[in-house]
Design a protein around this ligand. Sequence first.
Ligand SMILES: Cc1cc2nc3c(=O)[nH]c(=O)nc-3n(C[C@H](O)[C@H](O)[C@H](O)COP(=O)(O)O)c2cc1C
Ligand code: SF4
Length: 439
Amino acid sequence: MSASVIFEPLQFRNLTVKNRVFRSSLAGRFNNYDGTGTQIHINWDLKFARGGVGAIISSNAPVHPRGLIVPNYAHIDRDETVPFWRELVQRVHEHDCKYIVQLAFSGRQRDLGGIQFEKGWSSTDKQEPIHGLECERMTIPQIKDLVQRFAQGARRAREAGADGVEIHGCNGYLITQFLSAAINDRKDEYGGSLENRARFALETVRAIRAEVGRDFHLQFKISAVDYGNDLFFWWSKGTTLEESIQVCKWLEEEGVDAFHVSSGNSFPHPRNPAGDFPLDDVVRGYDTMISSGSHTFRNYLIFRFWPLNAIFRWLWRRPSRDRIEGINLRDCRAVKDAVSVPVLCTGGFQTASVVAAAIERGDCDGVTIGRPLIANNDLVLLWQSGADRPPRPCTYSNKCLINQIENPLGCYEQSRFDSHEEMIEQVLSVYDPPQFRSP
Ligand SMILES: Cc1cc2nc3c(=O)[nH]c(=O)nc-3n(C[C@H](O)[C@H](O)[C@H](O)COP(=O)(O)O)c2cc1C
Ligand code: SF4
């Protein structure tokens, strides 16, 4: 299998990307508490632009301060944020790499809500089930206002020179909370039938199109299947593939230019990012969240003590035991067969022949990569030089994910490094160059 198909340009309606590899969103706490951006965030994204990806999808950028998942992510919720995004986009463009801003709102799924708003907004007023995070059911005026905030976020991204936006419509965040019958218990026009549950997403796309017109790239990241009972069989399954396919068809009619296929109705979820549940790192970091929700102290005890922690880890790893690389390809193929716009797939990709085969088969038009690019920032250049897989691949340990709640985002899998010092040097390299430099 030749890898050359990976290096063919991908043509969207309003955007051409030089190859088929996108850096997926990778949020780290690199910014200021108020959501204003920093040089450190720019350093982070430049690592991947230099490494040869065709486009970068930003970390989730809240369109409203109430929608943050964890403080210190870069927001796009007010016009004063535009100069930061403009500088970031310009620096990324210098590497012949496109930049897509991910517009996001957390809803009830917030790891650390921050000091501004005690409770998240959601389609429901039921607690988030994993950590027991409290939320408020959104009123109709709040829904209408938030739809416009997404549109304003898209306008700011365009003003900043970005090449497009992605709506964060997956993984248990607000749009999933509307789409999923396992979560959405509303009795009004935003709940009940699939059409009603999809209304918020469709109105958001319509509002963005009204604000930015038809000539600005707009893609939608969707969990094709909720797999809501993957961890505990007694939980509700949630959105099915058939339902998502219908939603994608409606979204395409409203003007979505591409889909990005993920899975799961929570974040994290056993299938996203698929792999291990690193107990030692979880115990070290979860204390940060103990005061966040009503189940967090109970969870901490489960994660800490044997045999409950071993049982939890076993349950977590079960859905991805047979396959991590390309775990979403089957669902992605079903979406691709139903729509006429390009479809991207996320989930575990780090082998050139696997990616090339997926594109050749028509399972997807391109792939997005997260953790394997944290592990090997230059993965695309490695493939270009003829390697099928990096010498020290990502182990899917998920230690990066767990650490980023209280530590800088980077690879924390020590087995990939010659020493602890080497690993820490890699993590801290994101602070170079620093925000302020001597003249
Ligand atoms: C540390 C970390 C942060 C992430 N942040 C986001 C995010 O802000 N928005 C999003 O849609 N997905 C986010 N993801 C999910 C990734 O974009 C990606 O879809 C997922 O990790 C599966 O791809 P991978 O196996 O290549 O990592 C994050 C994943 C990790 C590991
Ligand atoms: S810590 Fe490193 S090896 Fe583990 S999942 Fe993250 S990037 Fe991959």
